[in-house]
Design a protein around this ligand. Structure first.
Ligand code: NZQ
Ligand code: ZN
Length: 388
């Protein structure tokens, strides 16, 4: 491990079947006005909304509903949330939902009291926050993004076909997050497996970088093995608590800054995937699965030693008597086979991408410098073509 770094993570987690009770412990720390942020209504169907509202009321909170946060939340919705938060002088933003709801809550938390246009300041100019930040707490209902324990807040501008993530510092991380695996049981299968791939992708984006012998990589391999094992059980039986809880915990650790320690990190799959998302509004995990195999096959020769380690330590490829290239390629074949088994989308056409979009998608995918290869625009187009 050759890097220099500092490490802390301020988010308090409550995990398990009784975790919602701990909302009672957190709420007294904040003033009375709570902005209750949620999505398109799943929490009303599965009863989580009623449970949360009861606890808020019994703690004497005044609730302001901010419903209808869409998957891939938009800048227009962000402006609405800012108005609500400001008008009602909100003391706490409680996000109840998946990554979109958590991301949106963080975006509102830094934007409500921002005197400039928050989209321009945080997303186009990538500036830091220098105004009042409203604290955020979350009750997570869908796993994948890690938003429950990180500073990421991805917002889309559908008019200009931009989807941009700002990774804020730990002053913006949720103050607390409640993780009850049972809440994820009602997630539709398509979203569930998209989440599985998002977790895998987060780990791989960090794993496929650097040449040193790094503890972060060993942790990553363990997380990947746990994910692969539990994903198969959950696919067969979505109500398997043990599998869903392992996946929930893995998702949090996949993107809460720990496994990036001492690493440069790649994030190229996410750059391409987000640009695909800006053009299609597809589920985030599926935008990643559609381009990953073409991307990893393309960069494999440039990071061969790590791809070999991945094949052997994660996918149990038998390496005796084989050349490194063959071992590494067999690892990627096993990854592709697992993706098919999960029912992941593995080509862009299925997400609605057309040939005419490829140039624009490539232009919206900044070339990252932390992985094994800095891609040219032509290489990105080639990867997109292979993913069609
Ligand atoms: O809106 P509702 O009705 O709640 O339905 C949601 C939504 O349609 C549904 N859902 C969530 N929990 C459910 C449920 N349905 C039934 N039962 C439940 N318990 O699932 C659908 C998708 O939800 P969403 O929050 O959009 O999914 P996800 O968690 O994958 O979040 C995706 C967003 O997070 C961003 C993505 O770009 C995308 O905008 N990301 C955030 C990151 C971060 N903060 O670090 C990193 C990621 O790489 C990612 O970019
Ligand atoms: Zn992701």
């Amino acid at each position: 491990m050759l890097g220099n770094f500092s490490y802390s993570n301020p988010t308090k987690l409550y995990f398990g079947e009784d975790s919602l009770n701990y909302l009672n412990k957190e709420l007294p720390k904040y003033g009375p006005n709570v902005l209750l942020v949620y999505g398109g209504g799943s929490i009303k169907k599965n009863g989580i909304y009623d449970q949360v509202v009861e606890i808020l009321k019994s703690n004497g909170k005044v609730i302001f509903d901010d419903a209808g946060v869409m998957p891939n939340p938009t800048v227009q919705k962000l402006y609405e949330g800012c108005e609500l938060a400001k008008e009602n002088n909100v003391d706490l933003i409680l996000a109840v939902g998946g990554g979109s709801v958590c991301d949106y809550a963080k975006a509102v938390s830094v934007s409500a009291w921002c005197e400039e246009d928050p989209w321009e300041k945080y997303y186009l100019r990538m500036e830091d926050v220098d105004n009042r930040i409203i604290p955020v707490g979350s009750v997570l209902t869908m796993v994948g993004t890690g938003s429950e324990m990180n500073g990421g807040a991805v917002i889309s501008d559908p008019v200009n076909k931009l989807k941009i993530g700002h990774v804020f510092g730990d002053n913006v991380f949720p103050k607390f997050s409640i993780l009850n695996p049972v809440y994820t049981f009602s997630v539709p299968q398509y979203q569930m497996v998209a989440g599985f791939f998002d977790i895998m992708s987060h780990i791989l984006e960090q794993y496929f970088s650097g040449e040193d012998d790094n503890t972060s990589d060993y942790i990553s391999e363990g997380l990947l093995r746990s994910l692969i094992h539990s994903s198969r059980i959950a696919l067969e039986n979505p109500g398997d608590y043990e599998a869903r809880s392992n996946i929930m915990w893995t998702a949090t650790w996949a993107l809460n800054t720990l496994i990036a320690k001492g690493k440069t990190s790649d994030w190229m799959v996410h750059m391409i995937g987000q640009s695909v998302g800006a053009y299609t509004d597809a589920a985030h995990g599926m935008t990643l699965s559609a381009v990953s195999m073409a991307y990893y096959r393309h960069i494999m020769p440039f990071g061969l030693a790590k791809f070999k380690k991945y094949a052997v330590n994660v996918w149990n490829v038998d390496f005796a008597g084989k050349a490194d290239e063959q071992i590494a390629a067999e690892g990627l074949d096993r990854m592709a086979a697992w993706m098919k088994e999960m029912g992941l989308v593995m080509n862009l056409r299925k997400l609605g991408v057309t040939e005419e979009m490829l140039d624009g998608i490539a232009k919206g995918s900044p070339a990252m410098k932390g992985g094994y290869r800095v891609l040219s625009c032509d290489e990105i187009i080639e990867i997109l073509k292979q993913s069609m």
